[in-house]
Design a binder for this molecule. Structure first.
Ligand code: FES
Ligand code: FE2
Length: 354
């Protein structure tokens, strides 16, 4: 007996080629042509509440810094001094003394908005240091409902436009009332696309996620691609007696918002190279008092266990994509429609990928 029913063979579509998941030259293209052009989840508003607070990190190979402005808005910069390229700070978070960004190398100082304030020691050449011409290199930075995003490219859609239908579709969900409880970050040998594709089908759920299937009615799990918004809307209704349903959003290239009745699991990927990624996951709850700690931990562990199951499987997938036997597979038109849509987003961003 054939394992694929005949009607499906007609419409099965090919996957991306295995080479797309292991090629360092392609990763370079992804970095410039996808990651640098999209909004990336970067931090949480509670990490920089006051004017002068900053959050610095290296993201997709770019050292950057985001600074809270006196008017409460955020601005982002490359973490590079315009003088001789020093890091403006080596710290990841903190406050800027005197409301200035001071380079620790030769003490050039910048206003919180990035404008050069002082370049000491230039003597007669001082007139050549025109402040506007030596401002910090900007990046885009903004926040939405307590989540901070950056974009390396300074031009492109606003964060709200980029989030698109996520904004109205989550309006009922009390994200602002939830507080950070814990996080679990893991560096794994899995390509960002392998992880994204896995997230975007529940074909594997009955085989691999006993805990998820106990909570959600997987037979009624839906995944709706909205390619025009780079968005996937996923929903799993709860089973009778279960504590929660599951409302999920995946925004290309790799923002994952997982909303439950008990709280939320906010996740993203940081691609580290071809076939390598850091999976970053924060768990937020409305009540983070000590009395609730045990129950919150249980919920976070339940959610993290699903990721563990996915990572265990996808690490094997990645090993095989790198090994050179498997070249290309096919996708189920019924079960992997969203994977196909995701791969088409990759194809659109990287012409010629195959
Ligand atoms: S490199 Fe920053 S002041 Fe010299
Ligand atoms: Fe999964």
């Amino acid at each position: 007996m054939s394992i694929i029913e005949r009607p499906d063979i007609q419409s099965a579509v090919p996957t991306l080629p295995a080479s797309a998941y292991r090629d360092p030259a392609l990763f370079d293209r992804e970095r410039r042509e996808i990651f640098a052009r999209e909004w990336l989840l970067y931090g949480r508003s509670d990490q920089l509440p006051n004017p002068g607070d900053f959050l610095a990190a290296t993201i997709i190979g770019y050292p950057v810094i985001v600074v809270r402005q006196p008017d409460g808005s955020l601005r982002g910069f490359h973490n590079v001094c315009r003088h001789r390229a020093a890091m403006l700070t080596q710290e990841t978070t903190g406050g800027l003394p005197g409301g200035m960004i001071r380079c620790p190398y030769h003490s050039w100082t910048y206003e919180l908005d990035g404008c050069l304030n002082r370049a000491p020691g230039f003597g007669a050449a001082r007139g050549e240091v025109e402040p506007a011409a030596w401002s910090l290199f900007p990046i885009a930075a903004d926040e939405w409902r307590g989540l901070v995003f950056i974009r390396i490219a300074t031009t492109g859609p606003s964060l709200l436009d980029w989030l698109g239908p996520i904004v109205p579709l989550t309006a009922h969900y009390p994200l602002e009332s939830q507080r950070y409880f814990t996080e679990k970050n893991r560096e794994v040998a899995v390509d960002w696309k392998v992880y994204g594709e896995n997230y975007l089908e529940c074909y594997h759920c009955p085989n691999m996620h006993p805990g998820l299937c106990e909570a959600l009615d997987i037979s009624r799990y839906t995944i709706d691609p909205h390619p025009e918004h780079g968005l996937f809307h996923l929903y799993g209704p709860k089973r009778d007696g279960s504590a929660t349903d599951g409302l999920y959003f995946y925004r290309f290239p790799f923002l994952m918002l997982n909303f439950y009745q008990w709280g939320s699991s906010i996740a993203t990927l940081e691609p580290l190279g071809a076939g390598r990624v850091r999976h970053i996951n924060w768990y937020l709850f409305s009540d983070i008092s000590p009395e609730r700690a045990e129950e919150n931990s249980r919920s976070a562990e339940w959610s993290a266990q699903i990721v563990t199951e996915d990572l265990d499987m996808t690490m094997g997938v990645q090993r095989n994509l790198s090994a050179g036997v498997y070249e290309r597979g096919i996708l189920s038109p019924r079960q992997e429609r969203a994977v196909h849509a995701f791969q088409n987003m990759v194809r659109a961003a990287l012409p010629g990928i195959g």
